[in-house]
Design a protein around this ligand. Structure first.
Ligand code: ADP
Length: 178
């Protein structure tokens, strides 16, 4: 189990993290996209896309379902593996929190099964998928704290801008107070 002490918040770029795993906010095609996905493929190079294509051919011809997670090489990134997960698109009419939680618990479980010790998450669904950052932070942090892991010793959230960093920081402070 990851304790609150082992959660790190940093402002920065997920592609520069030297954690064993970096998590990609992928789209279900696994063929790349904008935001984090675009940055990971651009910096990580064609090996990542080649692994994604192989996953599509073998298992995910219809796409990776929302909430699930799969691992590939990290190519030229400093990490060892990229774990791709598909976040839910924000909906004001439907509560999709369980799917956003599943992205985090499934990514942790995939990382754990690889024997990873450290993992870095972006703020999944808060970009193109428009999930409000405060809600995403609460779901991400509570899920990480509730997920059983064995090899993982540290979980880092990498927030791209200062505003998202502040929101995650406030949410973590609030959780520690409870
Ligand atoms: P989604 O489609 O799941 O919303 P996005 O990639 O559009 O995913 O955005 C998720 C979050 O990641 C947003 O808050 C965005 O600002 C942030 N982001 C974009 N590029 C990077 C990066 N290189 N490193 C870390 N976070 C990033």
């Amino acid at each position: 189990m990851v304790s609150a002490r082992n959660i790190q918040l940093v402002q920065g770029d997920i592609t520069e993290q030297e954690t064993d795993v970096v998590v990609n906010a992928a789209n279900s095609s696994l063929l790349g996209g904008g935001g984090v996905d675009g940055a990971i493929h651009r910096k990580g190079g064609p090996e990542i896309l080649a692994d994604c294509r192989a996953l599509r051919a073998s298992k995910y011809g219809r796409g990776l379902p929302t909430g699930q997670a799969v691992a590939t090489t990290a190519g030229r990134l400093p990490a060892k593996w990229v774990v791709h997960t598909v976040g839910p698109v924000w909906s004001k009419d439907e509560d999709r929190s369980d799917l956003l939680a599943a992205c985090h618990s499934n990514s942790l479980q995939v990382a754990d099964s690889l024997g990873a010790k450290t993992i870095a998450f972006p703020a999944i669904s808060t970009g193109i998928f428009r999930w409000p950052v405060k809600s995403a932070a609460e779901i991400a942090l509570t899920t990480v704290l509730a997920t059983e892991t064995s090899s993982i010793t540290a979980v880092r959230f990498v927030l791209f801008d200062a505003a998202a960093f502040e929101v995650f920081n406030d949410a973590l402070t609030e959780l520690l107070r409870e």
